[in-house]
Design a protein around this ligand. Sequence first.
Ligand SMILES: [Zn+2]
Length: 225
Amino acid sequence: MTSTEAHLRLSPKKIDPSKTEAHLRLTPKENDIVGIALRVKISIFLIRDDARSTIVRATCGISKSSCIQLIKQLTGKSPIAGQLPTDNDWIIKSPTNCLHASAYFRIYKTIIDSYKGHEDDFNSSSFKAFRPLAYLSAYNMYKNITGYNLTGSKPHLNINRAYLITTLIRSGEIVSVSCAKCDRFYVTLHGYPPMFRFCPVCDSRQDAKGRFRWNNLATKPSKTG
Ligand SMILES: [Zn+2]
């Protein structure tokens, strides 16, 4: 073997099958190049919004190693470990939580409802990216409406919490109800007793530190929306 050949030869250490990103190759079944490109693009936006790797993978259907690679490239750090939000009742824990969850709910539902009548297309390859795109779009609109995009401050509803809320909306565990007093819509948990449903506008007060708290008053039964 000449010295040139020796230089060109890859040593065993340089060939690591787990790092060749073979999973990114299109298999015979993976012929939706545009769909794949879109899902990778959405993954990048989600990671920039601090979405956890589990959520990026679940949302966009990319492999674990691809996701870790993307996170390292974009943030220069390894994925954050730890538990994801799992407390479904976060939305009713405070008027502020309820208000922000309600805003996100309305935006997400409006996007999803705009595609009513095209449900059959959701199974086609061209629509595989629709749901992750709806989640990302709804979250961006939420940040715009609440002003977080302008101020650059940390959103009250973070993107990982928004993912949990999205799954609860889809499963029907979060519903929208209208306030009997002001007629505004707000979110609550499905099956939650009407007498314990509180409007974040009418049934809240500010404490001495400026934080919004629920009044200890039962409201009139709300109408399910
Ligand atoms: Zn109200």
